[in-house]
Each structure stands twice: as structure tokens, then as C-alpha cells.
Design a protein around this ligand. Structure first.
Ligand code: SAM
Length: 253
């Protein structure tokens, strides 16, 4: 076992069955799995989908998956899911290696898919789902909800895995959506979210002033914003309000 690769294998058959049900697969689907591991989920996916592509970083586990799935509808890619060229797929099902949760989620959202059923650390899942004004509301909540409708399917205890992780997990369903509000410059918006949520106890006026050099904007741009807004803390603003703020202070508007 290599804990640094997030190798916690699902052992609870009932949860496995429910993941398959949530994924709503049929013979015309090609499913992408991140981190095939010992193949417990891979084999189930292969029974219901037209094809399965699993990406596994660990050489020994990837070799095991290749022998296990020879002459089936499963293709094994040995490599880093953050770096390999992604194959064709229309749905995703994965018990994710938690250390790459954020990076892989945004890589997959960028690639596009119909829906994804993904297991995350519970704390991470809560941040993805969080609403404005709650303690878990963060940059991740805003950016994830900009790209997808996110649904909590169930929480999963450590005892569902071997070896057991120290934390609880959760299964989420992600369905990509059309942009729910206008963002003129997504890269700038991301940097602004980093600046304001990086200092979430500060009023926006202070965090944006301190972050102006990182944002590459003259401090004067901040005066374009309403004084009342500037006195607020980032977690009190809706994603749409944050986007409006970003559109207003962006350098070249
Ligand atoms: N699919 C199995 C299951 O459901 O029990 C294993 C899931 S385990 C939580 C995560 C798997 O992802 C491990 O097998 C690990 O080796 C693999 N992994 C870790 N980092 C990876 C990466 N960057 N790219 C692809 N696979 C990775």
C-alpha cells in the first residue's frame, strides 16, 4: 500500500452497488475511472458500461489491472491522471485519490462530460457544496458551482475502506451546466477569489487593496466599487456578486 497515493480501497459491497446505480450507465457509455487500484470498481463498471478506461499511476496496480481485464471492454492507462492525454469518455466514476481532488476535478470539468459520480473527502465535498454565509463557503465553492450542479449522494464512513482513511468521505454527483452568470475574465476572477478568500476575515477593501499587485490592477480601480460592498467580507457575497465585482475592477474595462 502507498498511502501517499491515496490507496484506500473500497470494501463495502453495498456502497459499490449504489455507486453503480447512481452512475446510471448503459451499453452506449464509455466511463472514465481515475485510480483503478485493485479493480473492485473497474470490474463492476465493465459489467454495465459499453467501455471503461481506467487511469492508474501505480505501476504494480496498473499491471494487475491489465492482467485482470485482458480481453474485456476495459482499457488501462498507466500514468498520472493530471498529466496523461485524456481518452474519449462521456461519464466518470471514481473513488478519487484525495490528494489530487481539486486539480483533477477542474481538469475533468474542462474536458467536459455528461455526469460524474465521485468519492471525495467529506470536508472537501462540503466546501464544494457550500452556500454563501456558511463557514465552508470558499473559492472552491464558487468555482465548482460555476461549472457544475453538485449533489451530495451519501456520506461514507472510514470503515468502508481498507486500509481505513482517517477521515470520512462523501459521494457527489457533478453535472456540468451553462455558465450561471457572466464572468468577463475567468482567470482574473480566479485570482480575485484567491486574494479575497485567502484573507476571509478581512473586509474586501483591505484584501483587494493588498492584493492589487497580484491582480495586476491599479489601486484606483477599487474606487469603482460601492462603499457598502467594500465593507463586507467575501463569504457574505453570492458567487454572482463576486463575479460582478471582478468584472468591474478588472484592469482593461
Ligand atoms: N478504484 C479503487 C477503489 O475504488 O477502491 C481504488 C481507489 S484509491 C482511493 C485511489 C487510486 O488512485 C489508487 O489506486 C492510487 O494508486 C491511484 N492514484 C493516485 N494518484 C493518482 C494519479 N495522479 N493518477 C492516477 N491514479 C492515481
Amino acid at each position: 500500500m502507498k498511502p501517499r497515493l491515496g490507496q484506500h480501497f473500497l470494501i463495502d459491497q453495498r456502497i459499490l452497488e449504489r455507486i453503480i446505480r447512481y452512475a446510471d450507465l448503459n451499453g452506449s457509455d464509455t466511463v472514465l475511472e481515475i485510480g483503478g487500484g485493485n479493480g473492485i470498481l473497474t470490474r463492476k463498471l465493465a459489467e454495465v458500461a459499453g467501455g471503461v478506461v481506467t487511469i492508474e499511476l501505480d505501476h504494480d496496480l496498473a499491471d494487475g489491472l491489465v492482467s485482470m481485464t485482458r480481453d474485456t471492454n476495459v482499457t488501462v492507462i498507466q500514468g498520472d491522471a493530471l498529466k496523461v492525454e485524456l481518452p474519449y469518455f462521456n461519464k466518470i466514476v471514481a473513488n478519487l485519490p484525495y490528494q489530487i481532488s481539486s486539480a483533477i476535478t477542474f481538469r475533468l470539468l474542462d474536458a467536459g462530460f455528461e455526469h460524474a459520480v465521485l468519492m471525495y473527502q467529506l470536508e472537501f465535498a462540503k466546501r464544494m457544496l457550500a452556500a454563501p454565509g456558511t463557514p465552508d463557503y470558499s473559492r472552491l465553492s464558487v468555482t465548482a458551482q460555476y461549472h457544475a450542479n453538485i449533489e451530495m449522494l451519501e456520506t461514507v464512513p472510514p470503515s468502508a475502506f481498507k486500509p481505513q482513511p482517517r477521515v470520512k468521505s462523501a459521494i457527489l454527483k457533478l453535472t456540468p451546466i451553462e455558465a450561471p452568470y457572466q464572468v468577463n475574465d475567468l482567470d482574473f476572477f480566479n485570482r480575485l477569489l484567491k486574494v479575497v478568500f485567502g484573507q476571509r476575515r478581512k473586509m474586501l477593501k483591505n484584501s483587494i487593496t493588498a492584493g492589487a499587485p497580484i491582480l495586476g490592477i491599479p489601486v484606483e480601480n477599487i474606487s469603482r466599487l460601492d462603499e457598502d460592498i467594500l465593507k463586507r467580507r467575501p463569504e457574505t457575497l453570492t458567487p454572482q456578486e463576486l463575479a460582478e465585482l471582478s468584472n468591474i475592477i478588472r484592469h482593461d474595462v
